[in-house]
Design a protein around this ligand. Structure first.
Ligand code: FES
Length: 235
């Protein structure tokens, strides 16, 4: 999660206003008169989520329900989504706005089909995240962090640490992490998304997770099995 200030510093005021507007202003594409309702499948899912909490505490479901609404609403949480969730959980709408404006994973403005989040916090920065960010922005026609491509396919933003520092530099698209990036592997990933494909998530270096890339240096022999080193009657 990032603070508004960190977004402002890293992406500039325009990005801040685009994705994290300080105040809601009705616009033709984001106003309370635009209808929103869960699909039958999402309604079932929402009811299951609400059922996890005692009825008097059903407002505890606000974050998963906003998330569900955002996913249904093409990746962003409009005022209609927030009002709908407030009504469903019998909460004052302001309480829902407070949650949605606090957590930066709720996008309060429309985003592109693919939201590319590039981590630029210190470990990723030391491993070349600026080059990764520049590669993506150049590949997408020179857009800047916080902007969306003209065809609506990509929005690029900078984010703070995503907890994958051992695989720095990294980026996130949707729910997936792309790690151990180089400018070349980054280009391949963006090309795949541009072609409508989903590239394989995880480390792009051949590592399985975050194991030592130079190979094992400890625990190099198979672990002993059950019964080993026991007297015969216990084997
Ligand atoms: S600094 Fe980038 S994932 Fe932690």
């Amino acid at each position: 999660m990032r603070s508004l200030w960190s977004v402002y510093r890293s992406a500039g005021p325009l990005a801040l206003l685009n994705l994290y507007p300080i105040q809601h202003r009705d616009t033709p594409h984001n106003n309370p008169n635009i209808p929103f309702a869960f699909t039958p499948d999402n309604m079932k899912r929402a009811q299951e989520i609400i059922s996890r909490y005692p009825p008097q505490y059903k407002k505890a479901a606000v974050i998963p329900l906003l998330d569900l609404g955002q996913r249904q609403n093409k990746g962003w949480t409009s005022i209609s989504v927030m009002n709908y969730v407030a009504k469903m959980l019998e909460m004052p709408p302001m309480r829902v706005y407070e949650v949605a404006t606090f957590y930066t994973m709720f996008n309060r403005e429309a985003i592109g089909e693919n939201l590319v989040q590039v981590c630029t916090t210190t470990p990723c920065m030391l491993r070349g995240s600026q080059e990764i960010l520049d590669t993506i922005c150049n590949q997408l026609g020179g857009i800047k962090p916080g902007e969306t491509t003209k065809d609506g396919k990509f929005t690029v933003i900078e984010v703070e640490c995503q907890g994958a520092c051992s695989n720095a530099p990294m980026l996130v698209v949707g729910d997936d992490f792309y790690e151990d990036l180089t400018p070349e592997t980054t280009k391949t990933i963006v090309e795949a998304f541009a072609a409508g494909n989903k590239p394989k998530a995880g480390p792009q270096s051949g590592r399985y997770t975050s194991e030592n890339s130079a190979g094992l240096t400890a625990l190099t022999t198979p672990p002993y099995g059950p019964g080993d080193f026991c007297s015969p009657e216990f084997r």
